[in-house]
Write a protein of this length. Structure first.
Length: 171
């Protein structure tokens, strides 16, 4: 693990926290809001192949989103969600990366699949613990699907920016 990798990750984590804090909760969806810090986590997973760095990032993102959660019982659920999503996506990306010769396709698939996994984990835990006053179907249509669509673009932008920065610094 290089110092430059840690600095890259810290800067990305701060951007993710900023997005998570400034985006308001949706009153029509029980206070839930799209979790744009997932785009940061997916960019880190795609760029950094160090499992310690990825899981450390997932833990930090989980803590940040826990501190800024607008959902009842969302504090520890966010932490569990980010660790589970980060671990699953890290394993999937590293297992199937070679099947995608074009990086753009991989980025889009990771953003969609990762957001869906995160939404299912978060939604399941919130519904099971009674922290959500509406059903999971409404949460999926008003929060998880819009977040998945946004995360495609956001992950692509963050990933491309970081990839460009790494190429610039290495030359």
């Amino acid at each position: 693990m290089r110092i430059m990798d840690i600095v890259d990750v810290i800067l990305l984590l701060m951007v993710g926290l900023l997005f998570h804090v400034i985006f308001p909760g949706n009153s029509l969806a029980g206070g839930m809001k799209p979790d744009f810090s997932l785009a940061i986590l997916f960019s880190i997973i795609l760029l950094k192949r160090d499992p310690g760095l990825v899981m450390g990032s997932a833990l930090i993102i989980g803590v940040f989103t826990s501190l800024t959660s607008s959902v009842d019982s969302g504090q520890w659920i966010n932490l569990v969600d980010k660790l589970v999503t980060g671990g699953i996506m890290y394993l999937l990306v590293n297992r199937y990366r070679s099947f995608f010769p074009r990086t753009g396709i991989l980025v889009c698939l990771v953003a969609i699949l990762g957001t869906i996994i995160s939404g299912i984990v978060f939604g399941f835990l919130v519904v099971r613990l009674g922290g959500l006053s509406l059903n999971l179907e409404v949460a999926i249509t008003r929060v998880f699907l819009p977040a998945a669509i946004f995360n495609i673009g956001a992950t692509y932008v963050f990933f491309s920016s970081m990839e460009f920065g790494e190429r610039l610094c290495s030359s």
